[in-house]
Design a protein around this ligand. Structure first.
Ligand code: FMN
Length: 221
């Protein structure tokens, strides 16, 4: 296996972290490397805000309070839900893999809700990054941000740092704008909780599979 294959195959979403922080110089190396992501016309539309330590804890508290009190979410960009057909099946398989390991039955709405709320506690990670772009930008730039986040997660993985991308963290963008003093015309697309894996956490035994190649890729010629 090449080092690259090993890197790609070993990255998984981690949802239980130790409280050990990533050293500032390691953080800089990771974010410097992710900055190499390609983008349309090299526009580099991503804007990234990273919180650590007390600032991360304050955001964790604010997100959890909003979500657990049932405050209506107000994402900056449209979410197209629910998923249907094979996309729905994959979504359900993914939820089953995670909730099964946490010992949560499908019908146990209370336990599922508690587990879902862990998103807003950043799965107790010591760091969280929010990634956004100007609100007036469209799908083509969101694609660049997607490329950036995979580059970032692989940069983390190459440094032994684990992560979980979280669309859920786009639900309360005003909390991010307030914490980082961000202008109103900047939108939030996704958050990434990151740090070192707590290996004993049951959620981290989650394994997802991918569709057979023929379901996603067609070759001609
Ligand atoms: C853009 C994006 C948003 C995601 N949002 C969430 C989320 O809100 N909560 C969560 O627990 N996982 C989230 N995930 C993680 C996915 O569930 C995970 O990537 C997928 O199940 C594949 O598993 P793997 O990352 O372990 O390979 C997200 C992943 C991506 C790429």
């Amino acid at each position: 296996m090449t080092e690259f294959e090993q890197l790609v195959r070993s990255r998984r979403s981690i949802r239980g972290f130790s409280d050990q922080s990533v050293a500032p110089e390691q953080l800089m190396r990771i974010f410097e490397l992710a900055q190499q992501a390609p983008s349309n016309c090299n526009t580099q539309p991503w804007q990234v805000w990273v919180a650590s330590g007390k600032e991360c804890d304050a955001l964790r508290q604010a997100f959890y309070e909003c979500a657990s009190s049932g405050q209506a979410s107000n994402p900056d960009f449209e979410f197209k839900l629910p998923f249907e057909n094979e996309y729905r099946t994959r979504q359900m398989d993914c939820a089953r893999a995670l909730y099964g390991l946490l010992g949560i039955e499908r019908g146990d709405k209370l336990a599922r809700n508690q587990a879902m709320l862990q998103n807003y506690r950043f799965f107790e990670a010591p760091h969280v990054a929010f990634i956004g772009m100007p609100k007036q930008f469209a799908l083509n730039s969101a694609m660049d941000v997607g490329i950036y986040i995979q580059t970032l997660m692989l940069a983390m993985q190459s440094e032994g740092v684990s992560s979980c991308a979280q669309g859920a963290l786009a639900y309360y963008p005003d909390l991010v704008r307030r914490a980082f003093n961000v202008e109103d015309d900047m939108g939030i697309l996704v958050g990434i909780s990151f740090g070192f894996e707590q290996v004993s956490h049951p959620a981290n035994r989650t394994r997802t599979v991918r569709a057979p190649l023929a379901e996603s890729v067609k070759f001609i010629g």
